[in-house]
Ligand binder design. Sequence first.
Ligand code: NAD
Length: 260
Amino acid sequence: MSLQGKVALVTGAASGIGEQCARKLAAQGAAVVIADLNLANAQKVADDIVAGGGKALAVSMDVTSEDAVNAGIEEAVAKLGSIDVLVSNAGIQIVNPIEEYAFADWKKMLAIHLDGAFLTTKAAIKQMYAAGKGGSIIYMGSVHSHEASKLKSAYVTAKHGLLGLARVVAKEGGSRGVRANVVCPGFVRTPLVDKQIPEQAKALGITEAQVVKDVMLKETVDGEFTTVDDVANTVAFLAGFESAALTGQSIVVSHGWFMQ
Ligand code: NAD
């Protein structure tokens, strides 16, 4: 499944999972838009892809800002011609028990994960409809789109919400060739997870090694972390899938932590 001639925009692509998704999509022939709050890092990823013979553009984008999202998508279309694939991936994590969870943190989490998914979808789908070539929208969910964990009220709520959004987009976009799916990774060692290990150890009163073994990887079949490559391969598969046989779905990539 080649992505030659396609344009893929990945949010949060300056680091971790999003970065690897962008690199994988570029390796399969897509021109990739590295959209991130951190423009300096986005530019480094884009330069590296270009140095390797790929096509990439870095754009500054705060996914919680309608103006920033619209401007970033317009810049991408002006420079690269279309948006065929959207990977709505930007995300952060804030952990706390609910009785101590600051309302401001709750709103920040929902803004990045849900407003970001809505705003990027709204802007990208208009471009997909106008071009008349269909498209693939992929949301970065999580095992937490299906499961709950302590300390993660806002994250679990937001990641569950993405399933609903994807299903609506799948129904609305179906007649125009736009597919929407959710990829649901288990724990992946990225800066987002590295930051959580000491925070969870403190909140739960256990060691960092216990957080990894007894909290993060306890329910996996083999005690292994999922890798950025595992997730990027799944995203690339969904990006290149040819028909609406695969739409409105979630694919869990988690070493068996969650089985649906
Ligand atoms: P990461 O911290 O490595 O990368 C996140 C990127 O998002 C960063 O480059 C950051 O600058 C960007 N970002 C943050 N806020 C933004 C905003 N408002 N607008 C635009 N960009 C913004 O994190 P990661 O682990 O690669 O996570 C990526 C996605 O994968 C998130 O949605 C996360 O919830 C999801 N996820 C991660 C894991 C995991 O274990 N790491 C598991 C399941 C799902």
